[in-house]
Design a binder for this molecule. Structure first.
Ligand code: SAH
Ligand code: SF4
Length: 442
């Protein structure tokens, strides 16, 4: 999401006459687009700022801006704590960046951390940064109205708002014109996407039939894009277990170009912890949704996010997470230990009482279970053939390409005479925990 935001910032700045450089030592202005989701994300930015002191020594004119969630969370505190920082701009203040930069001619520091109820940057065509020319992100909504107790996002990114489908279609058309082959639609909770003529936000089910006919929910948006771009692969992230609908699953089934893959974060396998997390579903609900996905889309790849060591989590509850992962047979997961975020519901209401060593031990157990599942699942794919979209050279072997299957599994194979952007059929010969290795057969 930050990557997509940086592409919007690049457009705003270039429209005001700023150019970009790949060499940071040439830059007179450096923006760091930041994440606050876990403490270590913020620590990385602090280290980065430290390293930028060298750049400032070489170029006294250098100005540094902190953008995004960390800017929103810390506001003026960031200016006090980090002397190097000249500009602080929250996620809804990017249109103001050229102005914030010019303000520095008359004043020492500048800041805009106003959150908006409407800003979606819908009219801004992102400048594709470091693009492979094949895959691109499209932001379809901003903010989040859920209040998961561990999560800082609603505080740093503000209220949920959906982007005008017309402007999304324009961005798709632009990517088609430039021969892109895959789009990932982005939102914190894509299933609650709802465009209702820009009117007040409501739930789709609560609209009258006439209002429904004039509105676009996520299933309808997917269908529109699938029809508009039949030559492209369409992915999306993230789906919330409480909101995913049969309509979305049937739409995925109906259109071949909608990839068979759902990122479906459970966070925990324990109903008591899920309630404390304010996820608004329990273990059984989550399992029923996974069953539904597999019923309607038998070949669908499913991945997960897990947090270990949330406030008061017992060993038994941790075991419930492990057993849920085994039951659900996730293709892969993103796994973290709980990091308390100031101001969140959990920070205010619950004690962060699981010692770090235990959080980390549980995390390594969760990772071990996922690795075993991934290894086993990937091994069953040996001998099978998958359609893969070639994205780039493989990182470890320059003679190989890397691409992903429809279900989002990384695949590595010799380049031969193929090109980035080609769709090829790859027969799998070997597998590892994280990838499939094979040869193109067509
Ligand atoms: N909107 C998405 C999540 C976005 S944040 C959803 O609801 O699924 C990405 C992931 O970061 C979350 O799924 C969660 O697993 C993790 N995360 C969020 N806050 C965290 C925290 N305080 N500590 C550890 N992990 C956290
Ligand atoms: Fe955070 Fe929950 Fe919103 Fe995801 S749905 S961004 S975890 S508050």
């Amino acid at each position: 999401m930050n990557f997509a935001d940086s592409e919007v910032v690049a457009t705003i700045m270039s429209e005001h006459g700023y150019g970009m450089t790949d060499n940071e030592f040439d830059a007179d202005l450096v923006f760091l687009n930041t994440c606050s989701i876990r403490d270590n994300a913020e620590q990385r930015i602090r280290h980065r700022l430290n390293a930028l002191k060298n750049n400032k020594k070489k170029n006294r004119q250098l100005k540094v801006g902190i953008l995004g969630c960390m800017a929103e969370r810390l506001k003026t505190q960031l200016l006090e704590e980090e002397k190097l920082v000249d500009i602080v701009a929250g996620p809804d203040a990017y249109r103001d960046l050229p102005n914030l930069v010019s303000e520095l001619e008359d004043q020492h520091k500048s800041i805009n951390v106003l959150l908006s109820l409407e800003e979606t940057y819908g009219d801004i065509q992102p400048t594709r940064l470091h693009s492979n020319g094949v895959t691109a992100f499209i932001s379809i909504m901003r903010g989040c109205d859920n209040m998961c107790s561990f999560c800082v996002v609603p505080f740093t990114r503000g209220r949920e708002r959906s982007r005008d489908p017309q402007s999304i279609a324009q961005e798709v058309a632009e990517l088609q014109k430039n021969n892109y082959k895959e789009i990932t639609l982005l939102g914190q909770n894509v299933d609650s996407y709802l465009w209702f003529g820009g009117g007040p936000k409501k739930e789709y089910n609560k609209l009258s039939p006439e209002e429904q006919a004039h509105s676009v929910n996520f299933a309808k948006l997917l269908e529109k894009i699938a029809i508009q771009a039949p030559e492209m692969r369409i992915r999306f992230s993230t789906s919330h277990p409480k909101d995913i609908t049969d309509d979305v699953l049937y739409t995925m089934k109906k259109y071949d170009n909608l990839c068979n893959y759902i990122h479906f974060p459970a966070q925990s396998g324990s109903s008591r912890i899920l309630e404390k997390m304010n996820r608004t579903y329990d273990r059984q609900w989550y399992m029923d949704k996974v069953k539904r996905i597999r019923e309607i889309l038998p070949n669908c790849g499913i991945s997960c996010d897990i947090i270990t060591g949330f406030c008061s989590e017992t060993e038994e509850e941790h075991q419930e997470t492990l057993s849920l992962m085994e039951w659900a047979d996730f293709d892969f997961s993103y796994m973290y230990f709980y990091s308390e975020r100031p101001g969140t519901l959990a920070a205010r209401k619950y004690k962060d009482d699981i010692p770090e060593a235990i959080k980390k031990r549980r995390l390594s157990e969760v990772i071990d279970v996922q690795n075993q599942i991934s290894q086993k699942k990937n091994a069953t794919r040996v001998g099978q053939t998958f359609e893969v979209l070639i994205e780039r050279s493989a990182k470890k072997s320059k003679g190989d390409f890397m691409g992903r299957t429809d279900q989002n599994i990384t695949t590595i194979f010799p380049k031969e005479n193929y090109q980035v952007g080609d769709r090829v059929k790859v027969r799998i010969e070997r597998s590892t925990t994280t990838s499939l290795i094979g040869k193109v057969i067509a």
